[in-house]
Design a protein around this ligand. Structure first.
Ligand SMILES: Cc1cc2nc3c(=O)[nH]c(=O)nc-3n(C[C@H](O)[C@H](O)[C@H](O)COP(=O)(O)O)c2cc1C
Length: 565
C-alpha cells in the first residue's frame, strides 16, 4: 500500500476508536469468561533456563565494579549515570534486568480468585506484552540464542540457537557483554475486553514496558536504548514470531521494538555513550538459519476477530529503516540530581509500583514536590527518556486539584521549548498562559485558566472518580499531525510508547513520594479537545493519568510475586 494510504489507515483507526459520551469505541460490552486469554505464554518443548539462581547470584555479588551494590541504590540514583556497571555481564545481569522490568510484583487474591500483578502495568491487567532476550555465546548457553521470558516462573525459554560468528558481527560496535531485549504484543489479550480500542492500549503498554526496562538497566548501572532502524518484518523473523508452524492454533504476536542493553556507562554524564546505529541485520539471517524449538501455547479456547486492529497494526508497521535518531534524550540533565537523603530504595519503588483503584479526595501535595515530579517528565538525556530515539512529541495538560501553593485550575507543561508557540496557537485564545508564582524558572509550566477542574476531569475520564480525587490528573497531548508527517505511519505507535514512558515515570514518582498513580486509558477524546479549543488533528490527547493518596480495598489480600523471594 502507498505510504499515503497507510497514513490514512492509521488516522482512520485513531478516529474510529475514540470514545464519545454517547458512543464508546466498539467492544464486546461484556466479559466472556469462557474465552478469557491465559496471561502467560509458554513455548512447549523449548529448553528452560532458570533465572532464579542467577538472580540470587547477582544479589550476593555485592562488591560491584563501582563499589556500590545495586541492591542498595536509592530511587533518585536511578536518574544519575553509574560510574560503572553494578553487575558484570552474564546471566545474572539478564536475570536482574528481567525481574525488575517484566517480572511479577505481587499476587492479589479476592475469595477464590487470584491474579498476578507485574512490574510493568497494563490496561485492565491483561498484559498483552511479551518479552524476549537475544544473548551472545556463554550467557544462557554455549551458543547465541533467542529466548522468550516467562515471568510467572522467572525463566527463559530457548527458542533458537544460532551461529556465534553472526552475533559477533552484529554487535561488533557495542561493548562486550551487550545483550538485546525485544517486545511483542498479543492484541487478542487486550481486545478480549476492550475491543477495537485495544491496539492503542497495547502501544501504551509497550511504552510502560520500555520505561520499566530502562529503569531496570539503570538499577544495574547499564545503558539501554531502543534501536530505531529495525523493520517490523526483520524483528518478527529474529524473534521467530513469523514462524507459522510454531504458532499453529496459537494467538499471533506482533513485533514491537528492539533494544540494546549494554554494560557501557558514561561516568558523570547523562545521555549515555551507546551508539544507536542498527544492530547488524545479519542477525536475522543467522536466526532464520538457526535451530528453533518450542510451540506457542494457545491462550483462549476461541477468539473474536477485530479487523480494525489488524488493519491498524499492518498500517503502522515499520517497513523501512526509520530516520536516524536525533539524539539520546533532549536538553540538559536538569532533573538528574538527587532530591533528598530520604529517597527510598530503588528496588522497592520498582517492585512496589501499583495502580490506585481509588483516591482519598482530600490529601494534597506541596508545590516543590509537584514541581520536581513535573521536571522528571521533561524529555531529558536521563533515564528513561534517553532510551527513546525520536523527537519528543507529547505535552501535558494538567487538572490541578490539590497542590498546596498552586491554585486549582488547568495548566500546561510544554515538554519542549520548540513546541510552545504551536501549542499557544492550537489551544483556546482565552487561555492566559501565565507563569505561576513559586514555580522554578526552568520548569515550563503555564496556567491556562483558574477553575475547580474536578468535575471536568472526572467527566472527561469516562466519569472515573480517580481523575478528580487525587492531587492532579492530566491528559497527554501529542503533536499528532507533525509526528505522522515526519515519522510516517509507524510514528503512531511511537506516540503511544512515549505516552507510556511518561506514565511510567509518573507511577514511579508517585510511589517514591508515598502516593500512588493510575494510568487512564478510558477518556472522551474529543471532549478533551473541545475543552481545550482543539478543532483539528494538530494536537490529540492520547493518555490520561492521575496521582494522589490511595484508598486500598480491604477485601483483597496481597502475596509476594514469587514464593522463593
Ligand atoms: C494504558 C493503561 C490504561 C489504563 N486505564 C485505566 C483506566 O482507565 N482506569 C483504571 O482504573 N485503571 C486503568 N489502568 C490501570 C490498570 O488497570 C492497572 O495497571 C492494572 O490493573 C495492573 O495493576 P497494577 O498497575 O497495580 O500492576 C490503566 C493502565 C494502563 C497501563
Amino acid at each position: 500500500m502507498p505510504a499515503r494510504d497507510l497514513l490514512a489507515a492509521v488516522r482512520e483507526y485513531h478516529d474510529q476508536t475514540k470514545h464519545h459520551v454517547r458512543r464508546f469505541a466498539r467492544s464486546p460490552g461484556y466479559l466472556d469468561w469462557a474465552t478469557q486469554p491465559d496471561p502467560f505464554r509458554v513455548f512447549d518443548g523449548a529448553a528452560r533456563i532458570d533465572l532464579i539462581e542467577p538472580l540470587r547470584a547477582a544479589a550476593d555479588a555485592r562488591g560491584s565494579l563501582d563499589g556500590r551494590a545495586w541492591t542498595g541504590i536509592s530511587y533518585d540514583e536511578l536518574f544519575v549515570p553509574a560510574a560503572s556497571p553494578r553487575v558484570v555481564p552474564g546471566l545474572p545481569a539478564v536475570a536482574v534486568f528481567l525481574r525488575y522490568s517484566l517480572g511479577l510484583s505481587a499476587w492479589k487474591q479476592a475469595g477464590p480468585s487470584r491474579w498476578a500483578l507485574r512490574v510493568n502495568p497494563s490496561s485492565g491487567n491483561l498484559h498483552p506484552t511479551e518479552g524476549y532476550a537475544v544473548c551472545g555465546p556463554g550467557v544462557a548457553g554455549e551458543h547465541p540464542g533467542v529466548f522468550h521470558y516467562a515471568p510467572d516462573a522467572h525463566r527463559l525459554d530457548e527458542r533458537c540457537v544460532f551461529a556465534s560468528a553472526a552475533w559477533g558481527a552484529a554487535v561488533a560496535h557495542l561493548p562486550p557483554g551487550t545483550f538485546l531485549a525485544a517486545l511483542t504484543s498479543i492484541h487478542w489479550r487486550e481486545a478480549w475486553k476492550y475491543g477495537e480500542r485495544a491496539f492503542r492500549y497495547c502501544q501504551h503498554d509497550i511504552g510502560h514496558a520500555v520505561a520499566a526496562m530502562r529503569m531496570a538497566a539503570a538499577l544495574i548501572g547499564w545503558e539501554f536504548s531502543l534501536v530505531p532502524g529495525w523493520p517490523s518484518e526483520s524483528l518478527a523473523a529474529l524473534l521467530g514470531v513469523d514462524r507459522s508452524d510454531d504458532f499453529a492454533g496459537a494467538e499471533q504476536e506482533e513485533p514491537a521494538c528492539l533494544a540494546i542493553v549494554s554494560p557501557a556507562s558514561s561516568p558523570g554524564e547523562c545521555g549515555g555513550s551507546l551508539r544507536r546505529e542498527d544492530v547488524g541485520s545479519g542477525l536475522v539471517d543467522a536466526a532464520r538459519a538457526g535451530v528453533w524449538t518450542g510451540r506457542a501455547n494457545r491462550l483462549s479456547a476461541d477468539r473474536v476477530q477485530w479487523d480494525v486492529i489488524d488493519a491498524a497494526a499492518e498500517a503502522s508497521r515499520q517497513t523501512r529503516p526509520a530516520p536516524r535518531a536525533v539524539s539520546a534524550g533532549h536538553g540538559q540533565a536538569r532533573a538528574s540530581g538527587t532530591r533528598s537523603a530520604a529517597s527510598p530504595l530503588a528496588s522497592a519503588v520498582l517492585l512496589g509500583r501499583r495502580s490506585a483503584v481509588a483516591l482519598d479526595g482530600r490529601s494534597s501535595i506541596d508545590l516543590d514536590r509537584f514541581a520536581f515530579m513535573m521536571r522528571r517528565l521533561l524529555p531529558e538525556a536521563c533515564p528513561p527518556f534517553d532510551a527513546l530515539s525520536w523527537e519528543p512529541r507529547l505535552h501535558l495538560v494538567l487538572f490541578v486539584h490539590r497542590v498546596t501553593g498552586l491554585d486549582p485550575g488547568i495548566y500546561l507543561l510544554a515538554r519542549t521549548g520548540d513546541a510552545l508557540a504551536n501549542l499557544q496557537r492550537a489551544l483556546h485564545a482565552d487561555f492566559v498562559w501565565t507563569r505561576p508564582a513559586g514555580v522554578p524558572d526552568d520548569l515550563p509550566l503555564f496556567l491556562l485558566t483558574h477553575l475547580d477542574a474536578r468535575q471536568i476531569a472526572r467527566q472527561l475520564s469516562c466519569a472515573q472518580d480517580i481523575a478528580a480525587d487525587g492531587f492532579f490528573s492530566l491528559g497527554m497531548l501529542a503533536e499528532f499531525d507533525d509526528a505522522l508527517e515526519a515519522g510516517g505511519p509507524s510514528a503512531y505507535r511511537r506516540l503511544f510508547w512515549e505516552a507510556g514512558v511518561i506514565g511510567h515515570v509518573l507511577y514511579l514518582e508517585a510511589e517514591a513520594a508515598g502516593a500512588r498513580g493510575t494510568g487512564i486509558g478510558c477518556f472522551f477524546d474529543d471532549g478533551v479537545h473541545e475543552l481545550l479549543g482543539i478543532t483539528d488533528h494538530r494536537l490529540q490527547s492520547l493518555y490520561h493519568f492521575t496521582v494522589g493518596i490511595p484508598v486500598d480495598d480491604s477485601r483483597l489480600t496481597t502475596h509476594p510475586g514469587y514464593a522463593w523471594e
